[in-house]
Design a binder for this molecule. Structure first.
Ligand SMILES: Cc1ncc(C[n+]2csc(CCOP(=O)(O)OP(=O)(O)O)c2C)c(N)n1
Ligand SMILES: [Mg+2]
Length: 603
């Protein structure tokens, strides 16, 4: 007999799903058993915690463009999934969640592990959420969950009570009134604006003298078109963090990321431009965008919901990034050289000088300057590397110091900015691209939260991967450093060790226990050789770098208000570190305070 569980798996396979990230429980026994019966047909990846399964499904979707699938049992398993599902929803990638539920006979009876999943998932899976109580529903439940997730780039969920999983499948609902005969398949449309609107966009862009592009995750895969348009317009290009790999940093007119975690070259370019073209980005920080009314602007996004949301542009275009830019290109005029690109290149060179200086700031004894640590990696990033990053200072430094080259991939939890995602993202990347080097850059807080447990998952699977290099770099500053600095900058509060400090954990030694290479680095001089060893390893590596929590972590342009708050944190006395912080802060403030000539503070 083919059960409903069997048919669920069969139908997912028919949709092209080959991998399910999940964790068992008796609420999904009928589905787990079906996966076992399916044999090689579908690969079940066992994680340590359901949230990790959802992160992996999210990362799978981000790195491959296909739908990610996460499976969890009823009650606690379903609840654990949620944060990872919100990550997919916030970053607009297709993920289908499949969760168990108490048997239909006990629903409504407060039976053990019964949770009102229809209410719990109502928000995260608002695009499509169905409880399958009749076997004949399964066909359209799967067809709709996958198709809607792909078409709307969001999260959908199928809840299956445990008894229903074991019932006889109805793969072909009867040809009668009330039955649904759904089908397979989704072909993404080619979305381009009407000619008149493209012409209007071209008029705006042609009239500009200093054009800046801001590209996001929506431009990933459209690099050729971005480059062609930027070259035609003599434009510069900044990137939202999720779009870091969209355009190679090898182009001298690419200024890197924009925003709190961005470069000064990007923020200077955006404030000096007269025309802005936003492509596939939902970049949130308005203070890093031009002042309203100060520039002409065009935005391109495949989803009209995100148009005109962050900046009141003159023209909103619904369209696919690559297709729309290609359609726009013949309408764009080559601009005479006004020196704009040269100015951008100079600003980039200045930036490199400043970052170089920051990387030279002497760290507190026994630690490594975290910016130096990132620059050592930047000089060694292997071709085709896939880089994942966690919420924390590592993201700031990776955002500013890592240069993406063509063929690399980069992602992180952008919209949700949740901790604990870098290692599960890296695992999903490794399954999707087992022949590519994958690097997870994480803080010690995130490592303790999820990363350490997920090393166990790596230990289980790494021998399957053609290239065994999954390198986890832990920035071990024994502190929730990102938030410690935010406390200082935003509220003027001195350090609060009880809340902010973390225990030192021997990450490298733990990795060795799992059969990995563990490398602990306490001195900057040892770091280049440590990275070389890690990158030449024949097995996964944990690189535990003791980084300096006193290294000032400030945005590219600190406002006067923030500088005041910040100074007051030290006037009140940061309990343990005031002298140690002084040098770092002085150097960093000098590099980030607004330019004196003609520039207004606080931009
Ligand atoms: C799940 C979750 N909890 C809390 C936060 C708030 N938060 C953002 S970064 C951060 C500190 C991270 O510390 P760590 O991983 O050690 O990185 P560091 O900043 O020290 O480099 C915290 C607590 C968050 N983003 N996500
Ligand atoms: Mg830390």
């Amino acid at each position: 007999m083919t059960s409903v569980g069997d048919f669920l798996i069969e139908r997912l396979r028919a949709w092209g799903v080959r991998r399910i990230f999940g964790y068992p429980g008796d609420g999904i026994n009928g589905i787990i058993a079906a996966i076992a019966r399916a044999g090689d047909g579908v690969d079940f990846i066992q994680v340590r915690h359901e949230e990790m399964a959802a992160f992996m499904a999210t990362a799978h979707a981000k790195f491959t463009g296909d739908v990610g699938v996460a499976l969890a049992t009823s009650g606690p398993g379903a609840i654990h999934l949620l944060n990872g599902l919100y990550d997919a929803k916030a970053d607009h990638v297709p993920v289908v969640a499949i969760v168990g539920q108490s048997a239909t006979s006990s629903i409504g009876g407060e039976y053990q592990q019964e949770v009102d999943l229809a209410s719990l998932f109502k928000d995260v899976a608002s695009a499509y959420l169905v409880t399958v109580t009749n076997p004949a529903q399964m066909r359209h439940a799967v067809d709709r969950a996958v198709r809607i997730a792909l078409a709307e780039r969001t999260v959908t969920a199928i809840v299956v009570p445990k008894d229903v999983q074991e019932e006889k499948a109805v793969p072909n609902p009867p040809h009668v009134h009330g039955a649904i005969q759904s089908g397979l398949g989704y072909a993404a449309p080619r979305t381009i604006p009407f000619d008149d609107d493209l012409r209007a966009a071209a008029d705006i862009l042609n009239a500009g003298k200093r054009v800046a592009l801001l590209v996001g995750a929506g431009a990933i895969g459209a690099e050729d078109a971005v480059v062609a348009v930027a070259d035609r317009l003599g434009a510069g290009c900044a990137k939202a963090l999720l779009g870091k790999s969209a355009v190679s940093d090898d182009h001298p007119w690419v200024t890197g990321t924009l925003g709190l975690l961005g470069t000064r070259a990007s923020s200077d370019m955006i404030s000096d431009c007269d025309t802005l073209l936003m492509v596939g980005t939902n970049f949130p920080y308005s203070e890093f965008l031009p002042k309203q009314g100060s520039v002409k602007a065009v935005q391109i996004d495949i989803d009209a919901r995100r148009l005109g949301l962050r900046f009141p542009v003159d023209l909103n275009l619904v369209g696919d990034s690559g297709e729309t830019l290609r359609a726009l290109l013949p309408l764009l005029e080559r601009k005479p050289d006004s020196g704009w690109r040269e100015r951008i290149a100079r600003s980039r060179a200045d930036e490199a000088r400043v970052t170089g200086t920051r990387a030279e700031i002497a760290p507190t004894a026994g630690t490594v300057n975290p910016e130096y640590a990132m620059m050592v990696l930047d000089a060694r990033l292997p071709d085709r590397a896939i880089v994942t990053c966690d919420a924390g200072t590592t993201t700031n430094f990776a955002a500013r110091h890592l240069h993406m080259r063509a063929g690399m991939k980069f992602s992180l939890s952008g919209g949700l900015a949740t901790m604990g995602s870098a290692v599960p993202y890296a695992i999903a990347a490794k399954f999707a691209f087992p022949d590519r080097p994958v690097l997870a850059l994480t803080g010690d807080g995130a490592m303790q939260m999820n990363g350490m447990a997920e090393l166990v998952t790596i230990a289980r699977y790494w021998k399957r991967w053609a290239d065994p290099r999954l390198i986890v770099m832990v920035s071990n500053n024994r502190d929730l450093n990102q938030v410690t600095w935010e406390l200082r900058i935003e509220t003027g509060a001195p350090d609060f060790p009880g809340a902010q400090h973390l225990p030192d954990v021997p990450y490298a030694a733990f990795a060795e226990l799992l059969g990995f290479r563990g490398i602990r680095v306490e001195r900057a001089d040892d770091l280049p050789a440590a990275w070389d060893r890690a990158l030449a390893s024949d097995r996964p590596v944990v690189l535990d770098v003791l980084t300096d929590p006193n290294h000032a972590m400030l945005p590219p342009h600190i406002s006067l208000e923030q500088a005041k708050q910040f100074t007051s944190a030290f006037a009140h006395g940061d309990p343990e570190t005031v002298p140690a912080l002084a040098q770092s802060i002085k150097s960093v403030l000098a590099s980030v305070l607004p330019k004196p000539a003609g520039d207004e503070p606080g931009r």
